[in-house]
Design a protein around this ligand. Structure first.
Ligand SMILES: Nc1nc2c(ncn2[C@@H]2O[C@H](COP(=O)(O)OP(=O)(O)O)[C@@H](O)[C@H]2O)c(=O)[nH]1
Ligand SMILES: [Mg+2]
Length: 225
């Protein structure tokens, strides 16, 4: 009986995710789900890359957090439309919350929606939101063992960002080891080394995202559609 309840929760989410993806694809909107642990640098990456993206794309952001509108305020500072989605304690976003976020965006005037998921390296990876692509973020201060310890975070994602590379001299993070371990769970992911303090890797990341938006929307990496 318990198994049946859990199954229904996932089924309900998958149905809502499929609806979100159809709604976005019908309007030619690409959707990216940005995942990673708390403090790995997700909002900082958005702050760094949005000015380059908004030169040629109409971008909106959905910000997922347990509490506060701080990240949404950081994105709004850049003049980018943003909706804060609060899970009120929940450890991940789900497709129904995204549906409500999309209701508040003028989708016919948007090319790209980026979702910043709740900071958590585990639960968000299990929930399809209706995105077309996932990008995972791992900062060099978190340890190079994380791709092996949290394989779901890296499996099936289109790109992995190794962030805070300016801090490499102060850590024992082995970039080559991390790359090998990411490759083991995901041979096809693009891997970017970034540092928002000096702007390293940001232009390359922006170019790659622009290229993804020009492709026909890929089928989801995580849904059964
Ligand atoms: N040195 C350094 N610090 C960074 C970098 N990116 C983010 N940070 C810092 O890491 C902390 C968490 O960043 P934030 O973007 O809020 O992480 P989020 O919780 O994943 O959204 C903040 O104090 C940032 O200033 C980076 O590239 N280099
Ligand atoms: Mg954030």
């Amino acid at each position: 009986m318990k198994v049946e309840v859990l199954k229904n929760v996932f089924e309900k989410n998958e149905n809502a995710a499929g609806e979100n993806r159809r709604r976005l694809s019908a309007r030619g909107v690409t959707c990216i789900n940005l995942l990673g642990g708390a403090g790995c640098g997700k909002t900082s990456i958005l702050e760094a890359v949005l000015p380059a993206l908004t030169k040629s794309l109409r971008v909106a952001v959905l910000e997922g957090d347990l509490a506060t509108t701080r990240d949404a305020a950081r994105i709004a500072e850049l003049g980018v439309p943003v909706v804060q989605l609060l899970t009120e304690g929940g450890c991940h976003l789900n497709a129904t919350l995204i549906e409500h976020g999309l209701d508040r965006l003028p989708l016919d005037e948007i090319d790209l929606v980026i979702i910043e998921n709740v900071g958590n390296p585990i639960c968000p990876a299990n929930f399809d939101l209706g995105e077309h692509l996932r990008i995972s973020v791992l900062s060099v201060t978190e340890g190079d063992d994380k791709p092996s310890k949290y394989p779901l975070l890296f499996k099936g994602v289109a790109a992995v960002l190794l962030t805070k590379c300016d801090l490499l001299p102060h850590t024992d993070f082995d970039i080559e080891q991390a790359r090998q371990d990411i490759r083991r769970v995901n041979p096809h992911a693009q891997i970017f080394e970034t540092d928002v303090k000096n702007g390293a890797g940001i232009e390359q990341l922006a170019q790659w995202i622009l290229t993804q938006c020009q492709q026909p929307a890929p089928p989801s990496l995580c849904s059964k559609e």
